[in-house]
Design a protein around this ligand. Sequence first.
Ligand code: URA
Length: 239
Amino acid sequence: MALERLQKVIAEAGIASRRKAEKMIVDGRVRVDGKVVTKLGTKVDTFSNITVDGDPIERESLHTYLFYKPRGIVSTAKDEKGRKTVVDYFEDIPYRLYPVGRLDYDTSGLLLMTNDGKLANKLMHPKNEVSKVYVAKIKGILTPEEIMSLKKGVKFDKYKSSRAKVKILKTDKRKNTQIVQLTIHEGHYHQVKRMFKAVGHLVEKLSRERYAFLELGNLASGQYRELTHEEIDRLKHLN
Ligand code: URA
């Protein structure tokens, strides 16, 4: 979740310039969650309660979008190599959105973008086990034993994957490739690619089709839509 410097948050709330906000902090006029904070650079998150002279500052309203991430863009807010990022697609949206988790540069599909730190944290917390459905095009054809291993859990590096669902969508014997739907509840770095690698198959193409109960619907690659209140509510009450 995005942690931000206190003076930046105060400035962005439109109360004062960054420099004046710094002075307010040093002068002891600012409280975070009830405590006076005089240290510049103190980090706060989207649900810290901030007051200036006892008055709460207006924080951004909370918004969450369902985004169809195209292949070939990074899902961090900034990229050190200057590549296009998911945030670049939201230039017209006046909120500071960030992705809920990550999809690889070469992975497409459903990615939530939000400025709601609490919701993002909840969804990303391993104990909440949000289900994610991926469709992978893999090299080679899975044997029944390999399918069983994927279902039961495979070792990759220091992890062992939990139970997964595996469904073969298409097998192309001539090209020696297969399209496989994999449902998992975890989100380790490169998890799907590493799970297939653990059973000896390379992922050639990967997309995420579903996140919890959410699907891409009629969105085209690069498009997004805001989640409805009902959808947000359902996400908040998952499990
Ligand atoms: N697993 C991966 O390997 N890559 C992704 O982008 C998402 C899940």
